[in-house]
Design a protein around this ligand. Structure first.
Ligand SMILES: [Ca+2]
Ligand SMILES: [Ca+2]
Ligand SMILES: [Ca+2]
Length: 198
């Protein structure tokens, strides 16, 4: 129950019976004969956080008298959304000789609930030895030097999962995929060629 109304009609008998009805938002709220108002569906603050209900009270007379009352209903927030990354997947290309600590990607996530406090993390365990994700800023940087020669083939890529938590919330974290391509630098290709000619 949300609220109880009381309208009194001093007339006796059937003329004095007050009937209530809602003039708007009938699909969301209902009012009982004694003037109690209930929700009939689950409200969603993220869609609409305020309603102005118009309650009509009518007496039972043939020539019915009517009075209306406007009720402001404010919908309070609960934590019912997970953080969502701005991209479901991120792809970035970095040179193999990039200095350690270089930030090469900045992740962003949003949570539509009020007062959310988002922190980031790398979910894929094996990626944590190569990359560092600042839990507050979402900045991804290089933790360990990437030696191109240690990768088999020419397409050296890391793919891993990142997560965004709402620290004060109870919803599961939001997830995204990060793919880091390691670029073989032209400088090395050139040196190899020169050495070969010698
Ligand atoms: Ca909601
Ligand atoms: Ca949330
Ligand atoms: Ca909410």
């Amino acid at each position: 129950m949300l609220i109880k109304n009381k309208a009194t009609d001093p007339d006796a008998g059937i003329n004095g019976q007050v009937r209530y009805s809602l003039a708007n938002f009938n699909h969301l709220f209902r009012i009982t004969s004694n003037g109690s108002i209930y929700t009939s569906v689950k409200l969603n603050r993220e869609k609409k956080d305020y309603y102005e209900l118009i309650v009509e009270a009518t007496d039972g007379a043939v020539d019915a008298r009517r009075t209306t009352l406007t009720l402001g209903i404010k919908v309070l927030d609960i934590d019912d959304n997970s953080p969502v990354f701005t991209n479901a997947s991120y792809t970035v290309s970095i040179p193999e000789n990039m200095p350690l600590g270089t930030v090469f990607l900045r992740l962003e996530a949003k949570d539509v609930d009020l007062g959310s406090n988002i922190t980031f993390g790398i979910r894929t365990q094996e990626a944590r030895q190569f990359f560092s994700l600042n839990k507050f800023t979402g900045e991804l940087s290089l933790l360990k030097s990437l030696d191109f020669e240690s990768f088999a083939g020419t397409d050296a890529t890391f793919t891993f999962l990142v997560e965004a938590f709402d620290m004060g919330g109870t919803m599961p974290p939001g997830l995204a995929t990060v793919t880091v391509r390691i670029r073989f630098t032209m400088q090395y290709a050139f040196m190899d060629q020169v050495l070969f000619e010698l």
